[in-house]
Design a protein around this ligand. Structure first.
Ligand code: IVH
Length: 672
């Protein structure tokens, strides 16, 4: 894709273009790229090119305020905070859906529909039931004019300025129509996990699940907060003149709305049941949460014939998947100390079966969460597992109390090192103040050695435990001073195992600078942020000299991250650590490309387990040979390397026509 050149904006006489025309052309281009990126998931230009367009439009609008309009893509960044939301009456109520909990109830629904329509077989549309927040979007003449929450179905809240910040909601449609479209706003699962981790690190209360996070984000009086959250939407209904639901969905897709790609037409209820079974098995692989399947009669004429009751349509039903919840007993509550000193209370449970696994522990997040739930030791509770997060306690069954339950109090002293535990004002997280606390030290070293950090294969949690307890090492740099004789003195260590450990430590010295930066475990610096920092400050010396100002100048680095980086390098102990790492010969500079670069310009995505090589090593190889890797498949992906039990990325690659290859083919390619 060529780079954007301002003078070539328009194919028609560039020099006679007025500022207004220039602005309009830029808006059109940005809207087009927003649609490709956020709705179709198929970007066609780079982030930098997109930013160039955006900045140019912003500049022109600032220089010409009279040309600013409400529907400009620059208006997605948020507006001044509101005091309260206005209430909106829905012209057509947002009904809820009747539920079916099993196949019999679905068949009974099908019988009712068939009877009502006097037909023997019905065509249904089966859709995933997103677990988010329902909204109604109003467009006049193709422009977004108002968006509201569902509220009680009759009356909702006007959240237009917040919805405008969601890039997947088009501000201008491809046709100048008046239309109301409904959809579900949600937070993609991985974004939710990342967002919660950042909140925890920043001492803020975590959200219990993606649904609450999405609802909380959309109902912010300050739309700048909404703008900072990675929300998206799937639209599923519109009041239009079409023959069928399926046709209506295709039409709104054409208008520019994001419609879930997994919608299927089913001939008869048995096909619907197959669809439900298929997605029950696959739902954990989706990047968003669904709580069931919505089944709708496809023909809109038939829908009209069946009509609605006062609260739900007779032509649709929601099949609810059983919640991934279980009841058990909290046998004890203990606290864990993380690598940044964060203290997390953990419930030790009577073992319970949940979504196919035995659960013995559940996180209680923080002190406030314990108070909110009112949880005591020996309480009967409901636990829940959402995707891959460790299970959490969601509810106390208070009527099962015997009176013998005990209150839990957050300890004042760290259970590991005995130093003080403090909870800074305004933060939800309590921390052990002692950076030398063995629990913190162990967790920092464990983090350093993990696959996504320095990938030190033979340095696992148990070895770290021994090395720290025996005072053989006290920081990550000490790993590089280990020798055969010292290791052999440890339990169950022979020549071979000691050699393995030393070899894998030696190998880790060649990890690139960005991985090392991530491995240091700086608060709020995840692997992505680390690679952004390494790209912009190409050596540890430059990172150490950077001020908060220097750091926040980089796109994607916010003030909190900047503050955390500066704070980390202010500490004398960390200076000393860096010196030790330098001496050990680690990569403290971003490497200039060396050797042949045959993969230059090629982007790889890996899915499924690789056998001969770790995913991290494969990614490193790609980078070494000039290529890039990404965690998600898009039109810009050149190759998807498919390992054992591939995930949804494989399906996406097939759909987008991206070339796939086996691990063996990949290895052959990089060897060649
Ligand atoms: S159709 C009158 N389709 O589920 C029919 N709803 O319990 C209205 N939902 O509040 C809903 N995904 O927020 C429909 N594909 C989908 C949906 C969906 C999620 C939510 C929606 C509604 C609730 C109904």
């Amino acid at each position: 894709m060529g780079t954007y050149k301002p003078l070539n904006l328009c194919t028609c006489k560039p020099f006679t273009m007025t500022i207004k025309q220039k602005i309009e052309k830029l808006r059109e281009q940005i809207n087009h790229h927003n649609h490709l990126y956020y709705v179709l998931d198929k970007p066609s230009i780079s982030d930098t090119e997109y930013d160039q367009l955006f900045r140019e439009l912003k500049k022109l609008e600032e220089e010409n305020p009279s040309l600013k309009t409400e529907d400009s893509p620059t208006q997605r960044v948020g507006a001044p905070p509101l005091k309260a939301f206005k209430s909106v009456i829905h012209k057509i109520p947002l009904l809820s859906l009747d539920n079916a909990m099993n196949d019999e109830e679905l068949v009974a629904f099908d019988e009712r529909v068939k009877k009502g329509l006097k037909k023997d077989k019905i065509t249904y549309v089966a859709e995933l039931k997103m677990d988010g927040l329902a909204v109604a979007l109003h467009y006049k003449n193709g422009k977004f004019i108002q968006g509201a929450t569902r509220g009680d179905g009759q009356r909702g809240e006007d959240i237009t300025i917040n919805l405008k910040t969601i890039r997947a909601i088009p501000l201008t449609l491809s046709e100048k129509v008046d239309i109301e479209v409904r959809g579900e706003v949600f937070l993609p699962y991985n974004d939710f996990v990342k967002f919660n981790e950042e909140r925890e690190e920043a001492g803020e209360a975590k959200f219990a699940n993606p649904r609450n996070a999405a609802a909380g984000s959309v109902r912010q009086l300050d739309s700048k907060i909404t703008a900072s959250r990675p929300l998206s939407i799937f639209c599923y209904a519109a009041e239009i003149n079409a023959k069928s639901q399926f046709e209506a969905l295709n039409y709104i897709k054409k208008l520019g709305f994001r419609v879930n790609p997994n919608i299927e037409l089913c001939d008869g209820i048995q096909e619907v049941i197959k669809y439900i079974k298929k997605w029950e098995a696959k739902r954990e692989k989706l990047d968003y949460e669904i709580d069931g399947i919505v089944v709708k009669v496809d023909s809109l004429e038939d829908q009209k014939k069946l009509g609605t009751t006062s609260h739900s349509p007779r032509w649709a039903i929601a099949f609810k998947y059983p919640p991934m919840q279980a009841a058990t007993v909290v046998e004890d509550i203990k606290v864990q100390v993380g690598r940044t000193g964060a203290i997390t209370p953990v419930a030790y449970l009577k073992p319970a079966h949940l979504a196919g696994v035995t659960v013995k522990r559940a996180t209680l997040h923080n002190e406030d969460q314990i108070r909110r739930l009112g949880i005591k030791i020996q309480d009967h509770v409901i636990i829940q597992r959402a995707g891959e997060v460790i299970p959490e306690v969601v509810r106390v069954l208070k009527d099962k109390r015997s009176g013998k339950e005990k209150e839990f109090h957050m300890p004042k002293k760290c259970p590991i090192c005995g130093d003080d535990i403090v909870r800074p004002e305004g933060e939800a997280v309590s921390r052990c103040v002692n950076a030398e606390c063995p629990a913190q030290v162990k967790n920092r070293i464990r983090h350093f050695a993990t696959r996504s950090a320095m990938d030190i294969e033979h340095v696992g949690p148990a070895l770290v435990e021994q090395l720290v307890d025996k005072k053989i090492i006290k920081d990550v740099a000490d790993l590089y001073l280990l020798d055969q004789a010292t290791l052999k003195k440890l339990e169950r260590f022979a020549d071979k195992s000691a050699k393995n450990v030393l070899d894998s430590i030696q190998k880790s010295k060649s990890r690139p600078f960005d991985r090392l930066l991530y491995a240091l475990g700086i608060r709020l610096v995840g692997s992505h942020v680390a690679s952004v920092i390494a790209k912009n400050f190409d050596s540890i010396d430059k990172v150490m000299k950077a001020t908060e100002d220097d750091l926040t100048k980089v796109r994607e680095i916010g003030p909190k991250v900047a503050q955390s980086v500066v704070l980390f390098f202010k500490q004398k102990g960390n200076h000393h650590l860096i010196e030790k790492l330098k001496k050990a010969g680690l990569n403290l500079k971003a490497a200039a490309p060396k050797g042949p670069q045959p993969l230059k310009g090629k982007t790889f995505v890996f899915t499924g387990g690789l056998e001969k090589i770790s995913r991290e090593a494969a990614q490193e190889l790609v980078v070494k040979l000039g290529g890039a890797y990404s965690s998600s498949v898009s039109k810009n992906t050149d190759y998807v390397v498919v390992g054992e039990s591939p995930g949804s990325k494989y399906d996406k690659a097939k759909k987008l026509g991206v070339q796939t290859m086996s691990e063996a083919q990949f290895l052959k390619m990089v060897k060649g």
